[in-house]
Write a protein that binds this ligand. Structure first.
Ligand SMILES: [Zn+2]
Length: 317
């Protein structure tokens, strides 16, 4: 039986690298879904969080057939998309197998979810902290499943079509490690498909029959679904608007910075600065405390004569 360890990225962390907004919640939801599909296909699957390996020594000592760390990205690229990466060969003895599995997973994931594949490999993924905490024979893969925050298309897929996302990841693993992808899955109907299905009267009749609903209940359900869908569409629109607003603000910011830079090179600005510095200097000098005078050495002090002599030698009074 092939053994797989699935890590929900950042899960359980309250400090340090806690992930993109909503990422921890998302990885905690998606990993059990991937695990359950894989288990139904005969794989042995262990689920883990960010730091369980510190207390659960089996994570680091087992030779897994795959260790997969699951993440999504924050909105840092000004674009949607995800990537699947493997460790730098320097920190991965199983690098050949890691790369082979990753490539099969890419072929499944981006095609099946519609999330575009990007080339965003970086030090955080190449030298991910777990790579040095796993056994040498364990092939390692990290997936950044998309941009799960503020990017409407990826957000929609990652948050509202989780079964599809989980299946796409599980299918890649199954195809890479050997197994049947036709079992153990139920795919969520996406909203467009669902809308078409609802318009089809046979479907409505079947649903009513299947769930033994009165047609009034069905109407109620449809209304509820429509309201939720409108809410979702509005949220996505608001999301896009906010992203536009942010871009405008960033442009305004750039133009202000540019203006400031031009102003500082102007002569009149320099003159104003010089004058301000001059005024401040005068004020500071006027407020300087007077240097306290040295106390006089009393005439009857025996050292007085010596001090006087030294001063004479130094050419002072
Ligand atoms: Zn992450």
């Amino acid at each position: 039986m092939k053994k797989i360890c699935l890590q929900a990225g950042h899960k359980g962390r309250t400090t340090g690298s806690t992930g993109a907004p909503g990422e921890q919640k998302w990885t905690s939801e998606i990993v059990p879904k991937i695990a359950s599909i894989l288990r139904s296909r005969g794989f042995e699957v262990k689920e883990t969080g960010a730091d369980d390996y510190k207390t659960d020594k089996s994570i680091g000592s087992t030779d897994w057939d795959l260790f997969l760390s699951v993440h999504y990205d924050a909105d840092i690229y000004n674009d949607r998309g995800g990537f699947i990466d493997t460790p730098d060969p320097k920190v991965d003895i199983a690098t050949k197998e890691s790369n082979r599995i990753a490539q099969v997973m890419r072929n499944n994931y981006f095609k099946d979810t519609g999330i575009p594949e990007k080339n965003r490999s970086n030090a955080n993924t190449k030298f991910y902290y777990m790579w040095s905490n796993l056994s040498a024979n364990t092939p390692c893969v990290l997936i950044e499943a998309g941009v799960g925050w503020r990017t409407p298309e990826d957000h929609q897929t990652l948050h509202f079509q989780q079964d599809k996302v989980a299946k796409a990841i599980a299918d890649g693993i199954t195809n890479a490690l050997g197994g049947d992808t036709s079992t153990g899955t139920k795919v969520e109907v996406d909203s467009k498909e669902f809308e078409n299905l609802v318009k089809n009267s046979t479907f409505a009749d079947n649903v009513i029959k299947e769930f033994e609903l009165g047609s009034a209940d069905f109407e109620k359900l449809m209304k509820l679904w429509e309201a939720k869908n409108t809410e979702l569409i509005n949220l996505n629109k608001r999301n896009t608007d906010l992203a536009k607003e942010r871009d405008t603000l960033l442009e305004v910011n750039d133009s202000i910075v540019e203006q400031m830079e031009t102003m500082l090179t102007k002569d009149e600005c320099k003159a104003k600065c010089d004058k301000a510095v001059e005024t401040a200097k005068k004020k500071w000098e006027a407020e300087l405390p007077q240097t306290p005078t040295q106390p006089e050495v009393p005439e009857d002090n025996v050292d007085h004569w010596i001090i006087k002599l030294i001063k004479k030698i130094l050419g002072e009074n």
